[in-house]
Design a protein around this ligand. Sequence first.
Ligand code: GLU
Ligand code: ZN
Length: 314
Amino acid sequence: MCVSYNYATGRFAPSPTGRMHLGNVFCALLSWLSVKSKGGWWLLRIEDIDPDRSRREFALQLMDDLQWLGLPWDGEVVWQSQRSDIYAHYLKLLTDAGLTYPCYCTRADIMASSAPHETDGRIVYAGTCRGKTPDEMDKNRPHAIRFIVPDEDIKFIDGHYGEQQVNLAKHCGDYILRRKDGAWAYQLAVVVDDALMGITEVVRGRDLLLSTPQQIHLHQTIASFSPFHPFTFSPFYYHHPLLINENGQRLCKRDRSLDLSELRQKHKNPDEIVGFLAYLAGLLPSPTPAKPQDLLPLFSWQKVPTEDIHCESQ
Ligand code: GLU
Ligand code: ZN
């Protein structure tokens, strides 16, 4: 029997909420290099589950930008907005197992009852609606669905930042899988899709490093109900440093000078942008033009810094 075994599959999973900027390109380039240097596949998933913020034209523009940069993806593009039934299936699995509950809290309720996280002030949900009896709940009132997290440490090894350990109850509390307005939450969609798409490695910015234990735990929970492929293996995670501006803030869609519409006008040659990012990633000694393909033999996670990287407009 001839079995074709795909030993490395990566993905780029942008949210189409604005024009791609240099920080997104940095993420795309590193994830492309990481998986292509292993001879693997690089898939594109458009994370357009937030109906208020996602726009199709941003997604189409983003695909054009990736082609222009020389970062082609493999296979069909996956659109999260078309996968509602799949997310509903996994939500039902969790609900049938008694691991979710409806949450009727308003934003004001949550602010009043929850303690801000000790390190970064994030709000940790206090579990107000957990364990309410059916009489106390009005199923017709709009509600979010939350996932019950254990009061225990989840450990994992990040390919770039090493060993991590996070207590989910203290880090986030019971978190949302489906929003009050019916939109699917990022955490559920990302875990289900990474598993169903056969992703073996996730490369993304270190701003998501601490979402990873939530995702590993959710993946393991689903795997415990359906212990066969595709939930058998968890992806391996590599987080990368963020590009920051002169004020030490991470680049965002508001930094217009670093978005691709400006950069494409300024640099008619995409290799200049790719070479500059490769230089920031420690792969080139100076910011000289390069094609992604040429960087493959130079790529190693060991060369990539762990500190965030200052990046002034070129
Ligand atoms: N869609 C997320 C973002 O653009 C990234 C999700 C991920 O890579 O897990 O921030
Ligand atoms: Zn609640």
